[in-house]
Design a protein around this ligand. Structure first.
Ligand SMILES: NC(=O)C1=CN([C@@H]2O[C@H](COP(=O)(O)OP(=O)(O)OC[C@H]3O[C@@H](n4cnc5c(N)ncnc54)[C@H](OP(=O)(O)O)[C@@H]3O)[C@@H](O)[C@H]2O)[C@@H](O)CC1
Ligand SMILES: [K+]
Length: 544
């Protein structure tokens, strides 16, 4: 699939498939509930044999409807099932009402209160089917307390395995944030809805992951995706392709990597391009050297490091295959870029924050504005515009990518960063993806916002997420200089002539994947210098 949807896109798709007569709402709900059980027993196979005891918490919407299907499915498998319901049966949708009634013929439905939910023996499994993608405000405190009351039942000492249906209740799937009340004092301990996500062991969602699943600000649970038959109508018939956020890596990463980067297609050192990396002064060249080495390892035919005159000797002592040239000023940058064989430029790592760097950035942007050459701006190249970001926005163009971490992003886009901190969309809170898309639109270029979940967006509205979470987690990638290497990998990939037809966002996404893959391949103990050295192994594994 490779697509990551918003809740609105999911609903649009559901409507479209139902209109096409491919499936009914009841059919979708049945598949959803049964799919949650299948995924649960796939993840915890021993449980299917033990026919134990489960609690299902059902909410007032269709998420609750899925819960009634789950209860019935467990009952049919021989489990002891307790169902608690928060809401009024007469207010349920027709589909959820039918599922409610089907369960009512098999077992009791208890009203959900913390007191009632806290009685009895601790179950093996707890299904959270209280609220799904229809959440519009913070969840009722009684629901949060009921969830914890089941987990903490006094009778029994085993940890309850918590399964979230579609999402942990209270999480906004468009942002990954939990909706919180204005009054934080009302959200302490078990009344804090974030604790539901923290206690979740597995989340089972439908058809495709939603944005929030890939950002996962809270909780470290894995996410399983169940096919409920919505592929009967192609996605393009419902949602414009650029409106869908893509998942990086896609289903077949090796094929994708070859297509996007053109790597492995042969050529000679000139067709593979020439990357120019600008580095800092004496004692500050390490970051630039690491970026340069990454560019060379990524397959740029030639790489030149540009350094101020006083740093030439120091750098010469460190370099072999990488060429060295003197670049001491913005004027030198402009002169160097008159050589159009230089096909990509990377600047920022170790360059220092200030007017000097700002002028160099502007010189690069001017020189590359209209000839298709690519530029990568990172670190100090970004921070140097903190007090006048509009100067950079003015000069940027579609062949530029900026690679901020969250701090650098906040310096350039303080209003957007502030909105990401607001958890409630009705109070104009923004998710990270939406914020990155707005930033890219403002910049007129590609934005790559680094983090455990790296979000990419470009000026045309395309977006992608690389989620280094769960089974792709690489905590050891948070090491000094790792960002410099990423900037160098992008410079290396974008230098290639064969990559000229690929969109900047695709090349940047490929770089993010290679970077994480190199870190995964090396493992714990990694330092930034190891990353470029690991790339040949990654390329071999990709079949280059
Ligand atoms: N779409 C699909 O393809 C499929 C969807 N399926 C399932 O449906 C789920 C979406 O169902 P949904 O739209 O009914 O929303 P849901 O999350 O159950 O909650 C809405 C209800 O809660 C209420 N409510 C909201 N916030 C509240 C609060 N803070 N406090 C109190 N009440 C609150 C809200 O009331 P209202 O806001 O209208 O007052 C409404 O009654 C989805 O997650 C998946 O599990 C699958 O069956 C099959 C395929
Ligand atoms: K839920």
């Amino acid at each position: 699939m490779g697509e990551i949807l918003t809740s609105a896109q999911m609903r649009a798709k559901e409507r479209r498939v139902m209109q096409a007569g491919e499936v009914t709402g009841l059919g979708l709900m049945e598949r959803a509930g049964q799919g949650v059980l299948d995924e649960t027993f796939r993840k915890f196979p021993d449980l299917d044999k033990c026919k134990a005891h489960a609690v299902v918490l059902c909410g007032p919407g269709n998420n609750g409807g899925d819960g009634f299907v789950i209860a019935r499915g467990l009952f049919e498998r021989g489990w002891k099932v307790e169902v608690f319901f928060w809401g009024k049966a007469e207010k349920l949708s027709d589909d959820a009402r039918q599922m409610h009634d089907a369960w009512a013929a098999l077992g009791p439905i208890h009203s959900m209160t913390p007191q009632s939910a806290g009685q009895g023996e601790r179950p093996t499994l707890l299904f959270d089917a209280m609220f799904g993608i229809g959440i519009s405000r913070p969840i009722p405190i009684e629901c949060a307390l009921s969830f914890h009351a089941v987990c903490d039942r006094a009778s029994g000492d085993k940890k309850v395995i918590c399964i979230a249906v579609d999402c942990p209740s209270g999480v906004d799937v468009d942002t990954g944030a939990t909706l919180l009340r204005d009054d934080p004092s009302r959200a302490n301990g078990d009344t804090d809805p974030r604790k539901i996500a923290e206690r979740t062991d597995l989340c089972v969602t439908f058809h495709a992951p939603k944005l929030g699943h890939c950002l996962a600000e809270l909780g470290r649970h894995p996410v399983a995706v169940v096919d409920i038959g919505l592929d009967a109508v192609p996605a393009d018939a419902v949602i414009p392709p650029d409106g869908v956020t893509r998942s990086i890596p896609p289903v077949a990463p090796e094929t994708w990597l070859k297509e996007v980067t053109g790597l492995g297609r042969g050529g000679h050192k000139y067709t593979r391009g020439h990357a120019l990396i600008l580095a800092g002064g004496v004692g500050k060249g390490g970051a630039g050297r690491m970026a340069a080495r990454a560019a060379l390892r990524t397959g740029a035919g030639l790489v030149t490091l540009g350094v101020p005159s006083e740093a030439l000797a120091e750098n010469a002592a460190h370099l072999n295959a990488i060429m060295l040239t003197e670049i001491s000023s913005a004027k030198d940058v402009s002169q160097a870029l008159e050589d159009t064989r230089l096909s990509s430029v990377c600047l920022g790592p170790g360059l220092g924050v200030g007017m000097e760097t700002r002028d160099r950035v502007l010189a690069v942007l001017r020189a590359t504005a209209s000839d298709g050459r690519r530029a990568v701006l990172d670190a100090d190249a970004l921070s140097s515009f903190a007090d006048a970001p509009e100067v950079m926005f003015e000069a940027c163009h579609e062949n530029v990518v900026i690679t901020p971490h969250e701090g650098e992003f906040a310096r350039l886009f303080p209003d957007l960063a502030e909105k990401v901190r607001i958890s409630d969309p009705s109070k104009q809170g923004l998710g990270k993806v939406e914020a990155t898309k707005l930033a890219a639109e403002r910049l007129g270029a590609t934005v790559l916002l680094k983090g455990e979940a790296t979000v990419l967006a470009d000026q045309r509205g395309a977006s992608a997420i690389h989620s280094a979470l769960h089974d792709r987690a690489v905590p050891w990638l948070g090491t000094a200089g790792a960002g410099d290497v990423l900037a160098g990998i992008i410079a290396g990939l974008t230098a290639h002539q064969v990559a000229a037809t690929s969109a900047m966002i695709d090349l940047a996404a490929a770089a993010v994947w290679l970077h994480a893959q190199a870190a995964r391949s090396f493992g714990p103990g990694l330092i930034a210098e190891d990353l470029p050295e690991q790339l040949p192994k990654v390329f071999r594994e990709c079949g280059f």
